[in-house]
Write a protein that binds this ligand. Structure first.
Ligand code: NAD
Length: 289
């Protein structure tokens, strides 16, 4: 068996196009474009690249992009004052503070300062609580992107056995919540899990979010399973995921790295900003978004 390779790049392009079309409708109804504000503190080169591509994608979807670049030695109070201004600004529907922040800043205090109804990254504890209790809110972009791919490949996920490897607040935990809401039977595995290969072997769906190159091996995989590889590992051989590509011999479908989950993150960020603008402007969106 050779797995179907899930084309996240193509799916993300389709999502971005749908978001762009809906953004034009929201703009016409509200008399202003959906607005996305991104805050970058310091000069971390990887963060600067992410912020630039988020800004470009925002403009390409017909939305307004507000970029705030602040020096690495900024005081906590000054950054909080900026977040307060963005919270109060009617032109801003979505706020993202690029992480990680420099060590002297209290990251958790900044995240909880963002208005939960503008928290398009979905990292605010209020949004984590909404996700856990089935209320409408914002879901972190990467796990939501994984869910969209899973629904596209498998349709109804109800009753399937899912294993999420990794329990971080930004990927593993929200991924598990989303799969529970889809009526999967969910196991969350992590660094202390005993006999991980045996746990993974039971799964119809595996989401790997660890950060260890090629960790999931072909003999861990149930024949026909769907594998979603969130891992991004820089190796001498280039960018690789957490799933050994040889798993394609056993799996039914799997995401490649790069070109799988990666492109979904920014597309979902645009989607969340659009949803925020529509909610704030009282516009009803097509359910497909
Ligand atoms: P993290 O470091 O916060 O969490 C890693 C998790 O892996 C932890 O919960 C830990 O318990 C678990 N783990 C560690 N060693 C393990 C082992 N031997 N067996 C089983 N579990 C183990 O990482 P994160 O932020 O959740 O990111 C995970 C990976 O996903 C990273 O490679 C990251 O670069 C990538 N990532 C990609 C995207 C994207 O594609 N857009 C977004 C976020 C993260």
């Amino acid at each position: 068996m050779t797995a179907r390779i899930i084309d996240g790049k193509a799916f993300a392009a389709g999502l971005r196009a749908r978001v762009g079309a809906a953004a034009a409708e929201v703009t016409a109804e509200c008399g202003r474009k959906p607005g996305f504000a991104v805050v970058l503190v310091g000069e971390d080169p990887a963060s600067a690249v992410y912020v630039r591509s988020k800004g470009k994608a925002t403009l390409a979807a017909g939305m307004e992009s507000f970029e705030h670049r602040l020096p690495a030695d900024i005081a906590q109070g000054t950054l909080e004052a900026l977040v307060d201004r963005l919270n109060a600004d009617p032109a801003v529907d979505g706020i993202l503070v690029q992480l990680p922040l420099p060590k002297h800043l209290d990251e958790s205090a900044i995240i909880t300062r963002i208005d939960p109804d503008k928290d398009v990254d979905g990292f605010h504890p209020v949004n984590a609580g909404r996700l856990a209790t089935g209320l409408a809110g914002f879901v972190p972009c990467t796990p939501y992107g994984c869910l969209l791919l899973l629904r596209d490949v498998l349709g109804d996920l109800s009753g399937l056995d899912a294993v999420v490897i990794g329990r971080s607040n930004i990927v593993g935990k929200p991924m598990a919540q989303l799969l529970i809401a889809e009526s999967c039977t969910v196991t969350v595995a992590h660094s202390r899990t005993r006999d991980l290969p045996e746990v993974v072997r039971r799964a119809d769906i595996v989401v790997a979010a660890v950060g260890r190159a090629g960790m999931v091996k072909p003999d861990w995989v149930k024949p026909g399973a769907t594998l979603i590889d969130v891992g991004i590992n820089r190796t001498e051989a280039g960018l690789v995921g957490d799933v050994d590509p040889a798993c394609a011999e056993v799996a039914g479908a799997m995401t490649p790295v790069p070109g799988g989950v990666g492109p979904m993150t920014i597309a979902v960020l645009l989607r969340n900003t659009l949803v925020s603008a529509a909610r704030r402007g009282g516009v009803t969106l097509d359910a497909a978004i």
